[in-house]
Design a protein around this ligand. Structure first.
Ligand SMILES: Cc1cc2nc3c(=O)[nH]c(=O)nc-3n(C[C@H](O)[C@H](O)[C@H](O)COP(=O)(O)O)c2cc1C
Length: 231
């Protein structure tokens, strides 16, 4: 009997150990797939600076959404980098440990790069992030703490698998408004649980239909110069 309990415990432990490995494998595959799609194309008219898109993304899905929005709105685009949250087991552990602890304590948010941006030329600031433990991920909270949005329209956009906390979005809105914003909107893209998620093409179709319907969307990306590769 003891032998079978030990075998069952061993099987359970093995299965538990496989979960993070499976997540890493899926995340890496998604990052490769989304990363190869739709590069950001810089505006041919730099004077037209109505919108800027600032985002954090770990496994590439929010990044793809951000590039698509920037291309459709002819907007500037900035990625927030946080090396501690890079793809892989260590980054996944940091993400999971930080997700809950840090958002309520700005002093404990990890460093983001860039920390500040000159957002003054823009009417609208789009802020993108995955959802971690029901809340926008810590880097986008950190960006709000270090920047101001005086008189601007701020649009938070999230990609997520299954659940977002309304209380977290309300708290995020309160921080954005406290940093000077004139208005706040929220867009969210439900991708579905890990084993049956929508693909990138469907993501982009839904963004066009559901997120950008009220904005002045630019024509398809022709005759524009590719942005220089990030350093
Ligand atoms: C640490 C961690 C926590 C997560 N928590 C949630 C969650 O609470 N609700 C949810 O729907 N998705 C959750 N997700 C899934 C991500 O929000 C989703 O896969 C997102 O689209 C990833 O965006 P990215 O590829 O831009 O990083 C979590 C992912 C990670 C890594």
């Amino acid at each position: 009997m003891l032998k079978w309990i030990a075998v069952a415990a061993g099987v359970l432990l093995l299965a538990a150990g496989m979960v993070p490995l499976a997540i890493i494998w899926i995340e890496s595959r998604q990052a490769r797939q989304a990363g190869g799609m739709e590069p950001h194309v810089a505006s041919a008219q730099p004077a037209r600076r109505g919108a800027v898109v600032v985002y954090f993304s770990r496994s590439g899905n929010t990044a793809l959404a951000a590039r698509h929005i920037a291309n459709r709105l002819d907007a500037d685009l900035h990625a927030l980098e946080v090396p501690e949250y890079a793809l892989g087991l260590r980054g996944l552990a940091h993400s999971a440990l930080d997700a809950d602890a840090r958002r309520n304590d700005p002093a404990r948010l990890r460093g983001i790069r860039p920390r500040t941006l000159d957002l003054r030329p823009f009417d609208t600031v789009w802020l993108g992030s995955p959802v971690w433990f029901y809340s926008p991920a810590p880097p986008i909270w950190a960006f709000v703490e270090h920047n101001r949005f005086d008189g601007q329209r701020v649009v938070l956009f999230n990609t997520y698998n299954s659940n977002i906390g309304d209380d977290q979005i309300a708290a995020f809105k309160a921080r954005v408004m406290a940093r000077g914003a004139a208005s706040f909107e929220h867009r969210a893209l439900l991708r579905g649980r890990m084993t049956r998620q929508i693909g990138p093409d469907e993501m982009l179709r839904r963004i066009d239909a559901d997120w950008l319907a009220g904005d002045a969307v630019r024509a398809p990306l022709t005759a524009r110069t590719p942005a220089p590769a990030a350093p």
